[in-house]
Design a protein around this ligand. Sequence first.
Ligand SMILES: [Zn+2]
Length: 427
Amino acid sequence: MLLGLCDRTVLEHVDIDEDAETVVAHVRPKRPKKRRCGRCGRLSPHEDNGDGRRRWRGLDLGTVQVWLEADAPRVRCRDHGRVVAAVPWARHGARQTRAFEDTAGWLVTQCSKTAVSGLLRIAWRTVGGIVTRVVGEIDARVDRLDGLRRIGIDEISYKRGHKYLTVVVDHDTGRLVWAAAGRDEKTLRGFFDALGEQRCAQITHVSADAADWIATVVAERCGNAVRCADPFHIVKWATEALDEVRRQAWNDARARARREPVRGRGRPRSDAPPRPGHERARALKHARYALWKNPEDLTQRQHAKLEWIAKTDPRLHRAYLLKEGLRHVFKVKGEAGKEALDRWLSWAQRCRIPAFVELQRRIRRHREAIDAALEHGLSQGLIESTNTKLRVLTRMAFGFRSPDALIALGMLALGGYRPSLPGRTAA
Ligand SMILES: [Zn+2]
């Protein structure tokens, strides 16, 4: 009971190593003659003794580390050939018990990387393998692609923007349902292949950013679905255009600063000539967050900064208002949203800021999909929050060797199915 062994496990004897502060429990399966394939569970004939005895890390007893030790014979499976026989206390290929892995799998969805490896006393790399096995077991049990109607497709970068994942979320359940390494037509076709023709036909809405490779594959595989632009990305375009204007203003200020007298080190003399260019460049550099953030989230200082911009740089302030105006369009949605977008487009067309004139053209090109998004109101919050959470996870998964482990971590945290903690009845 203390070791959490199931009734299919026999405890032979227990060693306590007081110096190492570990407990080693020697165990065997209840019916050692009837061995099963570790991969598929088929009853299979004995092959050999493999590498002899093996150890599995179990859940700690208080502060004491626990290990289970047992023979690890191999069987000959009809499908999988020579393979280590299944054991009731651990998953195939694991170096920890099932209870240990479930605890680790539950923890990674709840707390930081440092907390997980500190509490469980395992290397972070080990967690990657654990998560992959836990998710593999869930995937064998549930079909995440069943009953999909309204989906969102997105890409997310990791490894500092050098690598990409394509992800699919379910708008109705808010779950992450599919992810794979890469961002191209071939990768996305993998999703529709897994979905199958019949279930593709049942998809009614697809939201995605304006990437051509997504549009191509969606048109080819579920042409009847309504294609909606992803409001999150459209607003991001506006933020990018705004940043271009801010950078320009900053560069202008710096050019002006270069013509100003050079100052030596230390505190300037009281009669030193003022250097407005320098001050302006510094202020603009730090105005970034004030311009980016939603007005309702601004701090008092950021409010002051915006007021300063309004007074001193009407052009940059106009760009800010344009960005906010576009955000407003997606907030009101529906017919009112479409009308607001019409007004916004004619405003942007006449604004004399090249970045926004270009943005206005781009939005007109995608007008149909944007109108669909306004009509059907596929929640922008979902993709946005999935995106943010995935970004946190990619940082957490730093140190995992393969994208598979990262995908598994994403599935475990955002896919809606988690292992229950050992010893508790599942909620
Ligand atoms: Zn097998």
